[in-house]
Write a protein that binds this ligand. Sequence first.
Ligand SMILES: Nc1ncnc2c1ncn2[C@@H]1O[C@H](COP(=O)(O)OP(=O)(O)OP(=O)(O)O)[C@@H](O)[C@H]1O
Length: 302
Amino acid sequence: MALVVICGQPCSGKSIAAVTLAEALKESETKQSVRIIDEASFHLDRNQNYANMPAEKNLRGKLRSDVDRSVSRGDIVIVDSLNSIKGYRYELWCIARAAGIRYCVVFCDVDEEHCRQWNKERGDRGEASYDDGIFEDLVRRFEKPERRNRWDSPLFELYPSRDGIEKASPVISEAVTYLTKTVDSKTQDVRILQPSIATQGARFSEANSLYELDRATQEVINAVVEQQSLGGAISRVTLGSELPPIEICRPVGLPELRRLRRTFVKLMGQASLSGPPLPTDADSAKRRFVDYLNREFGGSSA
Ligand SMILES: Nc1ncnc2c1ncn2[C@@H]1O[C@H](COP(=O)(O)OP(=O)(O)OP(=O)(O)O)[C@@H](O)[C@H]1O
């Protein structure tokens, strides 16, 4: 019923924030059930998770799948991980949108020096801490959330080094209110994300098949353009939980995407005259277009 993305620099108090928020939600008037999804649940070593790109991608994939499975169960799901890449936060936001639930980001805003110090103290106490090289790399790659982005909004900011993390603090209380209050259609102060057409599987009418095919493929192109515009090394475009991702190993410009779309629509139109009929709903049109793009880009849609 809600997805909360905790984000922040390494060793910035994210786990403490996640547990504090979970307790506050459980004790709230509505007595919410909460599930925390964190890196520790995969029993992997903190440094191994971030040792190289494949390991990091693997970790993000595991967390994403777990979130995807959990959001429909009625709990409030809190993802406690770095969640430092905006493209990844966008993917999590897409999962919330596909599930039609509310969503927010809780940011532990701590300066690097405090994080470095806390990480060192953790090591000195004999607890698992980040190796220096990994810590510095993570700090450098952190992409701060910005509330003007849909996937970073609403944004609840905590300042653990200044204020600590208290259950009764104004920010935790605001987050609890946002996550538990009844939706008032007049004030619209709580946003329940709505599944896009991509996730609703609307059926095409016979007469409109080609037009609808055109529209469905345009939505896929929009998603590719939007996710590429986030910058960074986007190698996978996600289209919600019902559709396979598009694997892209190089930047692809709009002209190329438009050309591929036109060719696909033409091929489908021609094929339907003598072969298989056009897809009957938006999802299957998208799935076929994604398969086509993955073949063109040399990826796979498995
Ligand atoms: N407000 C605080 N004041 C002092 N120390 C703190 C505070 N918040 C966190 N710490 C220190 O930072 C350590 C790490 O906290 P926590 O595990 O919540 O961080 P994290 O961001 O989840 O770390 P990771 O990036 O490893 O997941 C704690 O063990 C504690 O020593």
